[in-house]
Each structure stands twice: as structure tokens, then as C-alpha cells.
Design a protein around this ligand. Structure first.
Ligand code: DLL
Length: 439
């Protein structure tokens, strides 16, 4: 199988180190010569390309931040002439200016190879029908997985997101075997299946690659049951390339990073010092083969853990465990640090069932308020008022104790909250709007 590469994916650590060291030193020379912002940053700390000989020297290099990308918007950090750029993608830009990323023909090819490897990792081959329901466009999800499917020689179904009933009909009629979409969209399709009377037995789905947003083991169980497939996690970010920077294998115990192209590190976000394997911290990536947009020590803001233990599947590529939120999604409520992921865990932890929710933050008379709007599940419709009230009290107590702040809990009817077709929006912070425009 062309896109299972044991000589890389199962290589001894010393061989991977040697490959990464060679590619890293070459890459640093290139960016120093071709990208002024990198040259200035390295000069500022007195590091020259010849100081970077191996992966052990990585920590000598300065970090790259999202702000650097904004400061050099749109093309100031490209390392190739614009005539060699064959593709542009961009981040959604919900906060601040959007960031633009570029790819040379070789970059697109390597990205497609990583996406093909991701499909193989979950049992895919040329016989598969790969239904891509990530959005196509500036978002990397759709085109990223599409090129991967074609590279593998599988059949790509470019469904894109939206038109949900049609998605289900396509699963059934086109014989999709592997599906790629956000986990929250998968949950909303499962709800729709009951409504339109389409059953999972009508599908040939065997695996799904779900990513682009955090999701839990409880959601995995719900998706596997609802769609009748094995659900795998896939991670990526536009700045580094897109989906398939890392992907879970059939062992479902963390995502293997394509280390022949990206070197991951975990750092302490406060001291900025690298942390040893197994410790949780901020994930940082260095691109060692990218031509056009080779980010060096890019701080992703994602909180994750790396494990170098050999995997049951035989791959030696380092695994990253499910990202546990982002360092920049922390909410400060009356001085207390609150992570949305703590609230989600408390909600799901109460009875191990995924539920739709929205966190609303506001400031009323200089007092921060946090309201969790929680949708009642369909199976609760027949519950008595007393049992709903008991559930509400238990849920509020669970959330309060998880975050150490008292919340307002608002139960709303099933299907009141908007369903997502891409990344789910879970937090609305009205304080930001008030700060910007005045209350
Ligand atoms: O979300 C690329 C992608 C598309 C990945 C499809 C997987 C599947 P961005 O829009 O730039 O790129 O967003 C990147 O999304 O820094 C994480 O915070 C989050 N993220 C991506 N995958 C996962 C995942 C794409 N599997 C940002 N688990 C990243 C948790 C994820 N968070």
C-alpha cells in the first residue's frame, strides 16, 4: 500500500531524529535567507542558521505567534516567490484579522500525501468512497481531505457541509464508506436520521475522520452508535497545512503526528520552556518540508500531551492525545479562570450523554454572569416536572463544583439551539461586544 510508509511511520526514533535534523537545518537556512521576519527574529536573539544542526537545537529558535502572521499580512512570511504559490487558504478570522496561508505545488502534494496516510491509518484504501462533508473553500477541511482521497485512488465525494438531508441520502445512495466532517455536524445528522426515517443499516459507512474542533469520548460513542462506524480523531490547523497534521489509527489511542513533515513540541505557556513527554502544555509545531509557508516553532495555543511510546499499530510516530482546549479560550469570571472544556465535561459527565449547550457570558452592573443554556434531550420529553427539576439541580451543582463559580442554568426545549454544520460555537461572550461598543 503506497500510503502506508513503515520505513517512516514505524522507524526507530534515532532514524526519525536524523531525518528531522537534516530537514530542520536545511529549512532554517532557507527561511533565514528568504523570510525577513524570521531573519530579524533570529538576529535579535543572536542565532545563526549554522547553530541549528539537529532537533536538539530547536529550542534555540524564537517562537512564531499568530500576531506575526497578522503583522505580515497577507504574504510577508512566504518563503517562495508568489508565482510559485498554487493555493491560498485562510483562517476563519473570528478574532482579529484573518491569516492567510500559501502552498507551492510540492506543499499541496505533501499535504495530500499526509491526508492519504490519514485515510490509510483508519483502514482506507483505493476501494473506498470518501464522503467529504467539511466545508470547501478557504477553510482547509474540504479540499484537504478531498485531495487525500484522490491521492489514495479512492473515490472522493465532495459533498461539502450543509443540505443535511441530502448528505444522508448520499451516504445511502452513493455507498459512502468513509466520512469526513466535524463531530458536532455528525451529531446533528444523527438527530436528523430519526426525523427523516433513514436508518444506519442503509449505509455502508465503516469509518469516519472527525476533527476541526474538540470532542469527547462520549461523543465518539454516540457517533459510532448513531452512524454505525468507527469514529477517529483527526487534527490540523491551517497555519501548519490543514487536516492530517495528526490522525488516530485503529488503536484509537491518540493521533500520530506526520513527524517527517512537522516537529511537535510541548511548552509551558508561562515559562515558554519545553516540557518532557507526558506533560500537558501548549503545542508548538515546526514545518520542516513546507516551501511556501514554513512556520517555525509556531505556538498553536492548543493544550495537548505527547507520548512517544510505541503504539499497538506498530507506528513509532509520536502520538498527541486529544487536545484539552486552548490556552486562549479561558474565560475570567469574577476573577476565576474557567475553561469551557470543564463545563462540557461536567455536563456530559453527569450521565455520560452528549447534550447541546451554549455558554453565555455577560457583565451586568459590573458583575460577570455565566449562563449555561442546556437543551433537554429528546429522551427527557416524557419526564415529569419533578424529575426535570431534579436533573436541573444536579446539573447546576455539577457545573458549579467543576468550575468553582456559580452559574445560571437555563434548560430549553430539545432542538432550540442552532445546529452546527462546521465548527460548533459554544461560547458567546457579550462582554467583548460591550467593551468594544459600550453597553
Ligand atoms: O480546523 C483544520 C482541520 C480540518 C482539522 C478538518 C481537522 C479536520 P483551522 O480552522 O485553522 O483548521 O483550526 C485549527 O482547530 O488549532 C484546534 O484548536 C482545532 N482543532 C482542529 N482539529 C482538532 C481536533 C482546521 N481533532 C484549530 N481536536 C486547532 C480538537 C481541533 N481541536
Amino acid at each position: 500500500m503506497k500510503y502506508y510508509m513503515p520505513e517512516i511511520e514505524c522507524a526507530p526514533r534515532a532514524e526519525l531524529d536524523a531525518l528531522q535534523s537534516y530537514r530542520l537545518s536545511k529549512q532554517i537556512r532557507r527561511v533565514y535567507e528568504n523570510v525577513a521576519p524570521y531573519r530579524h527574529k533570529m538576529d535579535a536573539v543572536g542565532v545563526k542558521p549554522e547553530d541549528i544542526k539537529s532537533v536538539k537545537d530547536l529550542s534555540k529558535l524564537p517562537f512564531t505567534l499568530k500576531q506575526d502572521l497578522r503583522d505580515n499580512y497577507p504574504y510577508g512570511m512566504f518563503a517562495t516567490p508568489l508565482k510559485d504559490v498554487v493555493r491560498i487558504h485562510a483562517s476563519s478570522g473570528t478574532t482579529g484579522k484573518q491569516t492567510v496561508v500559501g502552498y507551492s505545488a510540492k506543499d499541496v502534494d505533501i499535504w495530500a500525501e499526509c491526508a492519504a496516510r490519514a485515510l490509510v491509518c483508519v483502514g482506507g484504501d483505493a476501494h473506498d468512497f470518501v464522503h467529504v462533508a467539511y466545508g470547501y473553500g478557504l477553510f482547509t477541511g474540504g479540499l484537504g481531505m478531498h485531495y487525500g482521497a484522490e491521492k489514495l485512488g479512492a473515490t472522493a465525494i465532495p459533498a461539502s457541509a450543509g443540505n443535511s438531508k441530502r448528505q444522508l441520502e448520499m451516504f445511502r445512495d452513493f455507498g459512502s464508506t468513509i466520512v469526513c466532517m466535524t463531530p458536532s455536524y455528525a451529531i446533528s445528522l444523527i438527530e436528523l436520521m430519526q426525523e427523516v426515517g433513514i436508518k444506519k443499516e442503509e449505509f455502508k459507512l465503516k469509518a469516519g475522520l472527525f476533527g476541526a474542533e474538540p470532542w469527547t469520548e462520549e461523543m465518539r460513542a454516540q457517533i459510532e452508535e448513531g452512524l454505525g462506524l468507527k469514529a477517529y480523531d483527526i487534527y490540523g490547523l491551517s497555519e501548519i497545512s490543514g487536516p492530517s497534521v495528526s490522525t488516530e489509527c485503529t488503536a484509537q489511542k491518540g493521533m500520530h503526528v506526520c513527524e517527517d513533515h512537522f516537529i511537535p513540541e510541548i511548552i509551558d505557556p508561562d515559562t515558554l520552556e519545553p516540557l518532557p513527554p507526558g506533560q500537558q502544555g501548549e503545542l508548538v509545531f515546526t514545518c520542516i518540508t513546507k516551501e511556501t509557508f514554513p512556520l517555525i516553532r509556531y505556538r498553536t495555543r492548543d493544550v495537548a500531551t505527547l507520548t512517544y511510546e510505541k503504539c499497538e499499530c506498530g507506528r513509532t510516530l509520536v502520538r498527541m492525545l486529544k487536545p484539552q482546549g486552548r490556552t486562549d479560550d479561558m474565560l475570567i469570571i469574577r476573577g476565576v479562570n474557567v475553561f469551557p472544556s470543564q463545563i462540557e465535561s461536567a455536563i456530559i459527565g453527569l450521565d455520560n450523554k452528549a447534550t447541546n449547550y451554549l455558554i453565555e457570558v455577560d457583565r451586568i452592573n459590573n458583575f460577570d454572569t455565566l449562563t449555561v443554556v442546556l437543551e433537554m434531550r429528546e429522551d427527557m420529553l416524557s419526564d415529569t416536572i419533578t424529575s426535570v427539576e431534579t436533573y436541573k439541580n444536579r446539573m447546576k451543582a455539577a457545573i458549579d463544583s467543576a468550575i468553582g463559580v456559580g452559574v445560571n442554568l437555563k434548560l430549553v426545549e430539545h432542538k432550540t439551539l442552532a445546529r452546527s454544520m462546521g465548527k460548533a460555537v459554544r461560547v458567546v461572550d457579550n462582554r467583548e461586544i460591550k467593551n468594544k461598543f459600550g453597553a
